[in-house]
Design a protein around this ligand. Structure first.
Ligand code: SF4
Ligand code: SF4
Length: 414
């Protein structure tokens, strides 16, 4: 009997999987048929600058390549590698969608690209090699960096005791007002420790009732963005359960990638919790008079919009408001800002893969900042921070410009 039940379960699972694949294909076909082929979206795609080899694809071309692979039943080993390279080059910056909305039919281009990646993963033609290792680690360690889950909170030992002792590490069932979600990159990358130090210092100074999870897990962005939907869904469910147990009224994220997922991809999570990026929370506290700078940030600073905060979620002003208050006239804008901001190259799963670029987007961004006389590029995303710092090194500009997180700028003047 048990064997029959198992067999039935397997058949149901297979039917469900096939249905999901067919739904994905229908969705891609339906959306691409609404594309006018006007190519307005090409104007805002950073790939046209950085990956010339794939340039002819552009946003609508990427959609077209997966559409025709489905229509011609050509999702095969013969063309899988080129299709994979095209689809996985996208940084999911959102520029094309904004342009399509403003000038054409408003197509959800990133959904099509992610669905195409899901089809490739299903046929075992995707993702890119480095991304496969990240997925393996996600499965085993619940982080994409190959680090042990039990070491996730070790960063706290690197922070001065007067700061770390005020951090509430939540045990099961413990309630707080705000949950601070640290994220894998901040937790495991020691070079980002000063960002954590700055954020905690500011949180402590506000006297907010906040805590962090004792057993935090990845938000699932590396899985979702490369098309591994089942793994993403597992992480989403585990996270949601842990969030519910805190009874928090709000979740504050450090990474715009966690923010984007909690806000847009965790079903109705945002109906239960206020989802905030830390820049939104701090900007609000400044408005309320709870964070008053004691001095002016005295270097010329510009702001690089993280795509998952700006173009993907229209959070443009809170980070700027913090910089305007802290730096005053020392805050300058780059030519490409807000909706027209250039991506750093790290989104869409590309932090885990080598995508050939010439020039690198991060280097272009550093040059953009130097062009307006900036001594500091401030950003508000751990991946942008890493990308830009590499951009400074690779473009030979060490000593001419520094990269800082907005929390570091703010902590310096409080
Ligand atoms: S702007 Fe929209 S409609 Fe025009 S080519 Fe791009 S995706 Fe298609
Ligand atoms: S999301 Fe960004 S990188 Fe991807 S196709 Fe659109 S504009 Fe290009």
């Amino acid at each position: 009997m048990r064997a029959i039940a198992k067999k039935i379960e397997e058949v149901i699972e297979k039917v469900d999987e096939e249905r999901e694949i067919n739904d994905l294909k229908d969705m891609i076909i339906d959306i691409f048929r609404r594309c006018r082929n006007c190519n307005y979206c090409y104007i805002d795609c950073p790939l046209l600058v950085s990956t010339r080899g794939l340039a002819s694809q552009g946003p609508s071309g990427m959609m077209g390549s997966i559409y025709y692979a489905i229509r011609w039943d050509a999702l095969s080993a013969d063309n899988a590698e080129s299709l994979r390279d095209i689809l996985y080059s996208c940084t999911a910056c959102g520029g094309c969608e904004i342009r399509c909305k403003q000038s054409a039919t408003g197509l959800p281009i990133i959904d099509v690209i992610e669905a195409g990646r899901q089809l490739l993963v299903d046929r075992m033609f995707g993702p890119l090699p480095g991304q496969s290792s990240a997925l393996k680690s996600l499965l085993i360690n619940e982080n994409p960096y190959g680090m042990l889950a039990e070491d996730r909170i070790k960063w706290l030992n690197e922070i001065e005791e007067d700061i770390s002792q005020k951090v509430n590490i939540l045990s099961k069932g413990q309630k707080i007002e705000y949950l601070l979600f640290i994220g894998c990159t901040s937790a495991y990358n020691h070079e980002l420790i000063n960002i954590l130090r700055s954020i905690l210092t500011i949180m402590n100074s506000l006297g907010v009732d906040y805590g962090i999870l004792g057993e935090e897990k990845c938000c699932g962005d590396p899985a979702k963005s490369v098309g591994e939907s089942a793994l993403f869904e597992d992480l989403r469910d585990l996270n949601r359960k842990a969030f519910m147990e805190t009874g928090a009224k709000g979740i504050i994220t450090i990474s715009p990638h966690c923010y984007n997922l909690f806000k847009n991809e965790f079903d109705n999570l945002k109906d239960t919790f206020e989802i905030l990026h830390y820049t939104e929370f701090f900007a609000h506290q400044m408005d309320q008079g709870n964070l008053i700078p004691k001095k002016n940030f005295n270097k010329i600073v510009t702001y690089h919009d993280p795509c998952y905060l700006g173009k993907r979620n229209s959070v443009y002003e809170p980070p700027r408001n913090i910089l305007k208050v802290t730096a005053g006239d020392n805050f300058v804008e780059m030519r490409q800002n807000r909706e027209s901001s250039l991506c750093c190259g790290g989104g869409g799963g590309r932090m885990f893969a080598e995508v050939e670029e010439n020039p690198r987007l991060s280097e272009i961004r550093v040059r953009d900042a130097l062009e307006v006389g900036a001594q500091v590029i401030a950003t508000a995303c751990p991946w942008c921070y890493i990308q830009l710092r590499d951009g400074v090194k690779n473009s030979g500009n060490v000593g001419k410009i520094e990269v800082k997180d907005i929390s570091e700028v703010l902590a310096e003047v409080l």
